[in-house]
Structure formats: C-alpha cells, structure tokens
Write a protein that binds this ligand. Sequence first.
Ligand code: PLP
Length: 411
Amino acid sequence: MATINDNYLKLKAGYLFPEIARRVNAFAQANADAKIIKLGIGDVTEPLPQACVRAMIRATEEMGDRETFKGYGPEQGYAWLREKIAHHDFQARGCEIDPDEIFISDGSKCDTGNILEIFGNNNTIAVTDPVYPVYVDTNVMAGNTGDVKKNGEYEGLVYLPITAANNFTAQIPDEKVDLIYLCFPNNPTGATASKEHLQAWVDYAQANNSIIFFDAAYEAYITDSSIPHSIYEIEGARNCAIEFRSFSKNAGFTGTRCALTVVPKTLTAKADDGSDVELWKLWNRRQSTKFNGVSYIVQRGAEAVYSQEGKEQIQQLISFYLENAKIIREKLTAAGLQVNGGINAPYVWVKTPNELSSWDFFDKLLNTCNVVGTPGSGFGAAGEGYFRISAFNSRKNVEEAMKRITEKFKV
Ligand SMILES: *Cc1c(COP(=O)(O)O)cnc(C)c1O
C-alpha cells in the first residue's frame, strides 16, 4: 500500500491569504459599489523593462532558427549570465564571488526550499518571527519540525523575534543553532540590516559552525549606501553563508521566472563520519540531477538587466515603487499612524493604533476606507499588532488609498 509523507499533515491549512479573500469577498458582496484597493499583495505590477523584453524576443528568434537553435543548456545556467552576475552584483561591491559559485534557477522560492535537501535532518533551525512562510513550511515538509503549537509556531524550530524592541533586526539567539534564515531588506517588515548587525550574525555563525541562508530578494531597493546588498560584503561570510537572489522584485520577473543561488566553494558542513564536505559539490549534484536549467530565452532576458539600458530601466522601476512607499509612509504618518520600513524596501510595516489586533485593523481599514492590506499576525506571532502595506501598485491606486485613509480614518 502506498503511504504519504506524513509531514504534510502537520502543515497548517493556508490561512492568511484565503481568509483575506473571504473577508474581502464578503465585504464586496455587501457593498456592491465600493471600489476596493488592494495593497496586500507581494507581487509586482509594472510591466517588464523594455531591455529585457527585446532580449527575449531576439532569443526567441534564435530558437526558431536552425543555425542558432539551442537544446538543453547547462544545469547551472549559461556562463555569460553567471559572469555578468558575478561581476555586477558581487565583484563590483568587493565580494569575491566566482561565476562558478552561482547557480541560475527558476526562483528563490524553490531554492530556499530545495536547499534543505543537502542538509541533514538533525539540524537546529532558526527563523525570524515574523517570517516569509516558505522557510517554515518547507522545513515542516522535510520533517525538520514537530507539530504545530496553539500559537501557530512549530515544535523544534527556534523563532527569533523581529520587533520594535530590537529595532526590527533579527535577535541573535543565546543558544546554538545550525541553520539560520535571514531576509534583508525584510519581507514583511521592510527593515534592513546594517553592516554591524550582519557582521554579528557572521561572527555567530563562524563561532557555532552554522550556515546562514541569506535571502536578498529585495536588495535592489536599498538606497542607503551604508547598508550591505550582499552577505558577502561581510568578512567571513564565504565560510558560513548561502545567498539567494531573484530577478522577481528588481526586474519584475515574478511571472517570467529567474533567480540565482550563491554557494561559495569555501563552505563546508559535517558528514555522519565527522568529515567536512563541500556544500558546493552537493548543491551542484542536486541541481544537475533534479533540474535542467532555466530557459535560454529567460536567461537572455535576465542578462539584459546588466546592460546600460537595462540598469536604467530597473532603476526607474525601483524608484517608482519606492516613491509609492514614500507616499504611503508620509500619508499614514500624517493620519497619526506609526510606520516602519518602506525606505529601502517596498513594504511599509504599520503599528496598529489603539492596541487593535492585526485582524481588527484589517476590518476597520476595509470597512472605512475600502483598502486591503495584510495582517502582521499572518507572518508570525510577533507580527500581531502590525499590518503590512505593499508599495506594489499603480500611483493612482496608492494615492487614492492614502487619500481615503487621510480623510476617513480616525485613529
Ligand atoms: C518575492 C520573494 C522572493 C522571490 O521569489 P521568486 O521565487 O524568485 O519569485 C524570495 N524571497 C522573498 C522573501 C520574497 O518576498
């Protein structure tokens, strides 16, 4: 008889986004002419940069021509793309990353989950609270946790609060953990990590032989030059960190799919027999066996991100979303709300007024302003009392939503 992976039964039913949809639908049905504005989504809204579009059209034509047609590409990604990434994203910032250490993939979501395959099942794993839910659920699926507790946390995971009390940086644990997920600029709080904070993490990881999974999906939103874009800007990180990057939030590739993972060749972890094994070798083996690369067309689109034209167009996109975030910050502050993030990130993390719960604030905003955001408690227990507003929307919608909040919302 076939059996299942019972770990899947430990997963909490998808609660956050279905519940948001349920409440929004109920409201829309009762208020047929309300014009609801959704600022809850973590997806981009602007079209692809023209430089990427044109590169993909050219690549499509090459694929339709016998002379330039291409079949399977390298599982790790084409060298011309990996060289550009190594040069522009890493070496130009003083990070010693070799093109060989870069693996092109179809998304950071899959990579942050798949990476667990090359690690053992007895690691102590730390995640932040609030957190990007993928990190938690993939550990549940892999059997790295116990059951879910009443407060929504899983037995066996170490939760590191990101709160106002620690200035929205992940609290370094007192205990020893083996794997640590960090995401900066952070989804959902929009907080960033200073060089000193990341240095403290790298020092911790080196002292404890831990590995940091550094998710830099939002690095393009950093405008403050003192904030590191890559964990490899930190001394010692080549010995303790894997970095995940994506073209989703800088070049709008959420529907096009291209990302990359950096596994330095200097990174090792222990085998059962106590020997040190290079993680690069294991990830290379994993990718070569289970992955057949990203499409040639999409990799040419990603390459165009690094052209002069591409860089300018991406800068325009980022500036557009950051201007949205600035408008959101300013208008909410004027309405008497306390805001965090939204300066080097496309997310504004709002403190709910008058001790309202995240869900009560959600209902209030929906009912009085017909604006939808994301309750902070949906990202973890420490997110209770907060609310995420996303800058991914049209200028018109952002301005209209903020106008309603300024006029109608009474703290
Ligand atoms: C959007 C996002 C990503 C990107 O995921 P892709 O699969 O590359 O689209 C990664 N991490 C976080 C935290 C994100 O919000």
